[in-house]
Design a protein around this ligand. Structure first.
Ligand SMILES: Cc1cc2nc3c(=O)[nH]c(=O)nc-3n(C[C@H](O)[C@H](O)[C@H](O)COP(=O)(O)O)c2cc1C
Length: 254
C-alpha cells in the first residue's frame, strides 16, 4: 500500500495514539455499560467431528527447570524433519490459550495466559504440516473443551503457509504453524477504543507461553508478524473484518 507523505504522517500519528493509554477518555459508554449482550467467550465449532486432546502432559516434558528454559529461550527457524506428536501439540495449545475455568456467570475464561479484563480476544488455528495422527490441513482450537476441529484438508499446506507468511521459506519446514486471530469485539465490548492496544499486548503473552512451552518439550518456535494479511485470513477462512490474523508462530522439533 503506497501512501503520500501527508497520509503517512497522519497514519503514524494515529498509530502512535493507539499505543497510548485511552482509559482516561470520558464520555463514551461501552457496550458493556449499555448492557448489550456479551460476545461469546470463544468461537463455536463448525465441525461436528472433534479431535480430543489430552491434558496429561507427564510423558512429554523434557525440561522442567524454569531457569534453564528462560536462559535458553531463543527464536528457532531451523527444525528437524521430524513430526511433532498430538500430545506435544496439545500441550502447546494448552500453554498458549488453554482454559482452566470460567469466572462468574460465564463472564470470562480463566486461561494459562493473562489478558486485559480477561477478555481473551483470540482464536488459534493450526496449519498442520507434520503432526502425528493428523492429516495436513487447517485446524481450529476449541479452548473451552480442549479439542481441535478440522477446518479443511490441504495437501500443499507448506506452500500455503509460506505464501501466507510473506514467502519466509523456513516457515514451510516447520511441523505446525500457530495462527492467532483476533476477534476485536470481545475486547471492544468492554474497552471501546482502548481495546486494540490491549489485544496486541495480549498477543505477546500468548506467544511467550508458546516459546516457554516449546522450551519444555524439545521444540522451538519463532514469533512471526511478517505475514500477508489477505492470504493468511483466506487460508483460515476468516472474514478479515470481525476476525483476522494478528500473529503467527511456526513450531517444530529442534
Ligand atoms: C512481534 C515479533 C515479530 C516477529 N516477526 C518475525 C518474522 O516475521 N520473521 C522472523 O524471522 N522473525 C520474527 N521475529 C523474531 C525476532 O526476529 C527475534 O525475536 C529477534 O531477532 C530476537 O531473537 P531471539 O528471539 O532469538 O532472542 C519476531 C519477533 C517478535 C517478538
Amino acid at each position: 500500500m503506497y501512501m503520500d507523505n501527508k497520509n503517512y504522517k497522519e497514519r503514524i500519528e494515529s498509530n502512535r495514539e493507539l499505543m497510548k493509554s485511552a482509559f482516561t477518555e470520558k464520555g463514551h459508554k461501552s457496550d458493556q455499560q449499555k448492557q448489550l449482550p456479551q460476545p461469546p467467550l470463544a468461537k463455536q465449532s463448525v465441525n461436528e467431528n472433534k479431535i480430543a486432546l489430552t491434558k496429561d502432559f507427564s510423558g512429554i516434558i523434557k525440561e522442567s527447570n524454569i531457569l534453564t528454559i528462560i536462559n535458553e529461550r531463543k527464536s528457532h527457524r531451523v527444525f528437524k524433519k521430524e513430526s511433532i506428536t498430538l500430545e506435544q501439540l496439545s500441550f502447546l495449545l494448552w500453554a498458549t490459550q488453554g482454559v482452566k475455568g470460567i469466572r462468574g456467570d460465564n463472564y470470562a475464561t480463566e486461561r494459562t495466559v493473562p489478558s486485559g479484563g480477561a477478555r481473551h480476544p483470540f482464536e488459534v488455528y493450526i496449519a498442520v504440516i507434520n503432526v502425528e495422527g493428523l492429516e495436513k490441513g487447517i485446524y481450529h482450537y476449541l479452548p473451552l473443551s480442549h479439542e481441535l476441529e478440522l477446518i479443511r484438508l490441504l495437501d500443499n499446506v507448506e506452500n500455503a503457509v509460506v505464501e501466507s507468511l510473506d514467502n519466509q521459506k523456513w516457515t514451510g519446514k516447520s511441523a505446525a504453524v500457530f495462527y492467532y486471530t483476533a476477534i476485536p469485539y470481545r475486547s471492544e465490548w468492554r474497552y471501546t477504543i482502548s481495546a486494540h492496544k490491549l489485544v496486541l499486548l495480549d498477543a505477546g503473552h500468548a506467544a511467550q507461553n508458546l516459546y516457554i512451552g516449546c522450551g519444555a518439550i524439545g521444540c522451538g518456535t519463532c514469533a512471526a508478524a511478517d505475514y500477508n494479511q489477505e492470504l493468511a485470513d483466506k487460508l483460515l477462512q476468516v472474514d478479515g473484518k470481525d476476525e483476522f490474523v494478528v500473529y503467527t508462530a511456526p513450531v517444530g522439533v529442534i
